[in-house]
Design a protein around this ligand. Structure first.
Ligand SMILES: Cc1cc2nc3c(=O)[nH]c(=O)nc-3n(C[C@H](O)[C@H](O)[C@H](O)COP(=O)(O)O)c2cc1C
Length: 479
């Protein structure tokens, strides 16, 4: 790699806590890297609602380093239109995946001027990562990982960071994290699930392992996994000692996850202050619930961002977001769900192209306002129900809220499930549309603090809207 590689880290760049404080501004609330979902428009929305740092979706260096793939490059990080990585899109960490140090460095060099750090994905457990030899499938090749990190550490103007999954034992997890630190990683994001904890076996993230990592390294540690509600953030920070929490699915279902209730005016510039209901200030829900705006309002706001920014957003990303945001109501508004599923966007038409999605969102807004009005007079506590097996609160269907997946249907080869599990099987309509979704994620599970049965008793199945997840899978394959 003539001209690219040098033997020492540039002396002027800050590292570890200096970098975390002085460059990133000590963020506590972090939007995770998400294929086809942590794109510019979503980052913008999330920042409006309290996110203090965001990661790009992972970018595959095998493709990016090849200069002939200009379309791939522009789609993954648009450096031409000047919005991605601009001051409004900071602080920003660009995530890369791959196994070739030369290609990793060449890609990082192209992007380092547009971000605050380059992250290496060491966590992806999907088959696509197995085939591409990246993500968690590097977990057993410590020399290679060291070289990847160290090459970037020594040759970039910005710091390198790493996001990884835990091992089955605390000892190995800690030794691994220390190796990543020695190699030059300036922030470690620890996803508290193992490589094997994916799809139906996702289970809960292990906060104790994250805590052990935090205690064993000197660089900042971000905790990832099990954050569904606002109240989980402090619980996670307390339990792990981490410097920040990173959220993926919690953020996708409620981009206001990081906003306390009822401080809407502080968190959102655009949202109507009349819309979100005040959350309980005492009782069991106090402190757990944060800001849960009406989802149709969030969907509208997101579409407006997509329409007004110059940087194109992929229709599959937008559809995926709309399905997730409006999920609490799409089960009952089946015609809108079908409309959204079938809507086709020709993005080359400009802002008008999004009209089919806008129609769905507008109709959803009208129906949700109707329902909220019909419930007028009742307090939020009266409207909240509790999911029977987890004890987690289910908010009225017009409000953005986390999605915790139902249990899988019983395995006919197994003994009959206990009654609580039986009561919580996937409803038939959803089962029909069930498709596999990105296995990287780890299902949202009840936080460790949630009342209800032990976490181990709560296996989950990744079932959700076909169109949404299909697009995720397609994008993951591209990446
Ligand atoms: C749609 C989706 C796409 C994801 N893509 C990536 C990715 O590109 N890189 C990565 O490191 N993790 C990716 N993840 C994993 C998340 O960053 C995160 O580690 C995981 O979902 C656990 O966090 P959570 O419990 O907050 O969802 C993705 C997750 C989701 C839901």
């Amino acid at each position: 790699m003539p001209g690219l590689v040098s033997g020492q880290a540039p002396t002027e760049k800050l590292g570890g806590f200096d970098f975390y404080r002085e460059v990133l501004g000590s963020p506590k609330y972090v939007v995770a890297p998400m294929v086809d979902q942590s794109e510019l428009a979503w980052r913008t929305l999330s920042r409006r609602y309290g996110a203090q740092l965001a990661y790009t979706p992972m970018i595959n260096v095998k493709m990016y380093a090849d200069m002939s793939h200009t379309t791939f490059r522009e789609k993954n990080f648009n450096t031409v239109l000047g919005e991605e990585g601009c001051p409004a899109d900071r602080p920003l960490i660009v995530q890369l995946c791959g196994h070739d140090p030369e290609k990793m460095l060449a890609t990082a060099k192209c992007l380092e001027a547009h971000c605050d750090a380059i992250d290496i994905n060491l966590g992806c457990p999907q088959d696509v990562a197995r085939r591409g030899h990246y993500g968690s499938f590097l977990q057993d090749e410590w020399d290679l990982i060291y070289e990847l990190i160290n090459t970037l550490h020594k040759n970039l103007k910005v710091p390198v960071t790493a996001k990884f999954r835990v091992f089955p034992t605390v000892e190995k997890t800690v030794a691994y994290a220390q190796m990543l630190e020695r190699a030059g990683a300036q922030i470690l994001t620890c996803h508290g699930r193992t490589r094997e904890q994916r799809a139906q076996k996702a289970g809960l993230a292990d906060w104790a392992k994250i805590r052990a990592v935090k205690q064993a390294v000197k660089v900042p540690v971000f905790a990832n996994g099990n954050v569904l509600f606002y109240g989980d953030i402090e619980k996670c920070l307390e339990a792990t000692g981490a410097d920040a929490v990173m959220s993926a699915e919690g953020n996708l279902y409620n981009p206001a996850l990081f906003c306390p209730a009822p401080s809407l005016p502080e968190c959102s510039r655009d949202a109507s202050p009349t819309s979100p209901p005040p959350m309980p200030t005492d009782g069991p829900l106090a402190g757990l619930l944060g800001l849960h705006p009406p989802h149709a309002q969030l969907a509208r706001e997101y579409l407006d961002i997509v329409k007004t920014q110059k940087t194109p957003t992929s229709p599959s990303a937008v559809k995926g977001h709309l399905f997730k945001l409006m999920r609490p109501a799409l089960g009952r508004e089946k015609d809108l769900r079908e409309m959204l599923g079938k809507a086709h966007i020709n993005a080359s038409k400009g802002p008008e192209a999004w009209a089919p999605y806008e129609e769905v969102v507008e109709e959803m807004r009208v129906r949700m306002e109707r329902d909220a009005k019909a419930a007028g007079g009742k307090t939020l506590e009266e409207l909240i129900t509790y999911e029977p097996t987890t004890g987690l609160p289910v908010l009225p269907h017009w409000l953005a809220q986390p999605y915790f997946r139902p249990l899988p249907p019983p395995d006919p080869n197994q003994k009959a499930a206990p009654p609580t599990q039986k009561a919580h099987q996937v409803p038939p309509a959803e089962r029909e549309e069930a498709v596999q979704c990105p296995e990287e994620t780890g299902c949202p599970q009840p936080p460790a603090s949630a009342s209800g049965p032990e976490p181990e008793a709560l296996p989950s199945k990744r079932t959700t809207e076909g169109d949404e997840e299909e697009s995720d899978v397609k994008r993951a394959k591209v990446a």
